[in-house]
Design a protein. Structure first.
Ligand code: IPE
Ligand code: IPE
Ligand code: MG
Length: 239
């Protein structure tokens, strides 16, 4: 197969480095979030241009509540604006919005715009924009475990019937294809509680670029690197 035509269905991103981007320019941290939120739709354009069906984006982790209240407020303000500004694009391009995480803790206005986007886009089926808001992968696994334990308790399934698929089906990503590629910007080389179960066989790219500087061209360079990778899934190398 021509390396450039290797299929890729699902890309997961960790948008990181907004604060450092701002600091490097002598700006307050929130300016980094403002600029960072503008990149989201641009990267989604590149996702569509490269025929990738699903983009999952880490926007706010369960651990991010440990940040100053003011920064959290500003960040959600920019995320609200992102949804409001882009709902027309989601409809025009057939993008379905999906959420990972417990949104009940988000500011009320953010919950409103997010639920509005979920409802308006629910029948779109060209692409999925899956956004992690108040998401923690360990919490997600605990939630799945409780749901499965309850099914056992209620005699709906036997313990012996629990498989990898049973667990997958209880995660926020149940309806999505496996993640082919995970990209984290800003040079940090860790997962920060992101998709611990789902990334079992994904390729990882850690780029030093801060998220606000992450352009379509840089994203496409990551795709080129992905296409060169040899995914073996435990088998031996193909000739
Ligand atoms: C990513 O940028 C956005 C969120 C985590 C919400 P950061 O805000 O983490 O930026 P740095 O890592 O401090 O530079
Ligand atoms: C991870 O980034 C969370 C998001 C990008 C939403 P952080 O910047 O919060 O991660 P740590 O604290 O550096 O691990
Ligand atoms: Mg960070």
């Amino acid at each position: 197969m021509d390396v450039k035509t290797k299929p890729i269905s699902h890309v997961a991103l960790i948008m990181d480095g907004n604060g450092r981007w701002a600091k490097a320019r002598g700006l307050p941290r929130h300016k980094g979030h403002e600029e960072g939120c503008k990149r989201i739709i641009e990267i989604f354009d590149a996702v569509k241009a490269n025929h990738i069906k699903v983009m999952t984006l880490y926007a706010f982790s369960t651990e991010n509540w440990n940040r100053p209240k003011m920064e959290i407020k500003q960040l959600f303000g920019y995320l609200d604006k992102f949804f409001k500004d882009n709902i027309a694009t989601f409809m025009k391009d057939g993008i379905r919005v999906q959420i990972m995480g417990d949104i009940s803790r988000l500011p009320e206005h953010t919950q409103k715009v997010v639920i509005d986007a979920l409802e308006k886009t629910k029948d779109n089926d060209n692409y999925v924009f899956n956004i992690a808001l108040n998401y923690g992968s360990q919490q997600e696994i605990v939630k799945a475990t409780k749901e499965i334990a309850l099914m056992v308790k209620e005699n709906k399934i036997n313990i012996e019937d629990i498989t990898i698929d049973t667990i997958s089906n209880h995660l926020y990503t149940a309806n999505l294809p496996p993640i082919d590629l995970m990209i984290r910007t800003s040079g940090e080389q860790r997962l920060s509680n992101y998709l611990l179960f789902q990334l079992a066989y994904s390729e990882f790219i850690f780029t030093p670029t801060y998220w606000p500087d992450f352009t379509k061209e840089k994203f496409e360079r990551c795709l080129q690197e992905f296409y060169k990778r040899n995914r073996r899934f435990g088998k031996i190398e193909e000739e």
